[in-house]
Design a protein around this ligand. Structure first.
Ligand code: AHM
Ligand code: MG
Length: 355
């Protein structure tokens, strides 16, 4: 046994150590966000473990049925939702939760109430679960994304606290349950990625200070909707395939799971743009403002990119309903700049974060 190597591993930057370090930069911080993030991390580990057993669970009984032990098997998205609701309420740091799986917002009972509002999609892209057969060789595309706001008045929280623009968020992240389990997080000071080490049960910092290239080589969109797109989206995609400025055509990559699509573009250093535009059938696009568009827009801006709705900076949107949808174009700075110009919106969008 290599004890020296083992000893060296204790020096690893775990997510707990990282978040505590971040906290120490803010002397006024009371540690609430650290505790909350720890509970989110715990939820992610639990879901990761359930996702990795999904194929096996299917062998012994379909989701929604009873397995050989007579236990009821829950669908992964239902299970993930329960895991996060429990983890978040038991943290004692939340007052309102909004989940894609729940029609209504959840108001945490006063004895367990804290300052934070957490909006989340417990298992995004869950339609991709059933094809995750060979874990370790094929990227698995179930993801969980979350966004966190601070409530103005924790004693009397209301929906008004939730329906605020994305630029009020204090942290955002996603966890991707792929060939490895990766958690990407920003607390407003850049973007960092952590990979779960199954032997330690800890997320270790593996991708520090993630930056998206200024100009990208990839575009991600569901081209099956092309006949219903508006002129601007059609023109942009045409330019990706047949550039007129002598540059090379861009590559199309589309998994159909937003986090996996954005994660690849963020990590592989090619840069690019992910879009879910409006179309004739879905004038507001498909993705939900609070727990899909906002967290990803926050992360992309923090990584040096931009996020745009077709009209304005995505993080400046003020939603009217908790499950509201919005078109979104997010990714490399120059690519988003191009689509903004096609929509006639020049550099006038305020970008609260530096490039
Ligand atoms: P979901 O929340 O029901 O899983 O839907 C969201 C997902 C995104 O991850 C992805 O970008 C999009 O739906 C794909 O939609 P489509 O199949 O229309 O291309
Ligand atoms: Mg979703």
């Amino acid at each position: 046994m290599d004890h020296a190597a083992d000893a060296q591993r204790t020096d690893l930057m775990t997510i707990t150590r990282f978040v505590l370090n971040e906290q120490s930069k803010h002397p006024e911080a009371r540690g609430d966000l650290t505790i909350l993030l720890n509970h989110i991390v715990l939820g992610c580990k639990f879901v990761c473990s359930s996702v990795s057993k999904a194929g096996l669970a299917k062998l012994i009984g379909l989701a929604g049925e009873t397995n050989v032990q007579g236990e009821e098997q829950k669908k992964l998205d239902v299970l993930s939702n329960q895991v996060f609701v429990k983890a978040l309420t038991s943290s004692g740091r939340t007052c309102i939760l909004v989940s894609e799986e729940d029609e209504e917002a959840i108001f945490v009972e006063s004895s367990k109430r804290g300052r934070y509002i957490v909006v989340f999609d417990p298992l995004d892209g869950s339609s991709n679960i059933d094809c995750g057969v060979s874990i370790g060789t094929l990227a698995f595309t179930c993801t969980q994304i979350f966004g966190i706001y601070v409530a103005k008045d924790k004693q009397n929280p209301s929906l008004e606290d939730v329906l605020r623009p994305g630029n009020k968020m204090v942290a955002a992240g996603y966890c991707m349950y792929g060939s490895s389990c990766t958690l990407v997080l920003s607390t407003g000071n850049g973007v960092n990625g952590f990979t779960l080490d199954p032997s330690l049960g800890e997320f270790i910092l593996t991708h520090s200070n993630i930056k998206i290239p200024q100009k990208g080589k990839i575009y991600s969109v569901n081209e099956g909707n092309a006949q219903n797109w508006d002129e601007q989206t059609t023109k942009y995609v045409e330019k990706c395939k047949f550039p007129q400025d002598g540059s090379s055509p861009k590559s199309l990559r589309y998994i159909g799971s937003m986090v996996a699509d954005v994660h690849r573009t963020l990590l592989y250093g090619h840069g690019g743009m992910f879009m879910y535009p409006a179309d004739k059938k879905s004038p507001n696009g498909k993705l939900r403002v609070l727990y899909e568009v906002f967290p990803m827009s926050y992360l992309v801006e923090q990584a040096g990119g931009q996020a745009f709705t077709g009209k304005q900076r995505a993080l400046d949107l003020v939603p009217n309903k908790i499950h509201e949808r919005s078109p979104v174009f997010l990714g490399s700075y120059d690519d988003v700049e191009e689509i903004k110009q096609l929509y006639g919106v020049k550099n006038s969008i305020s970008n609260g974060f530096s490039k």
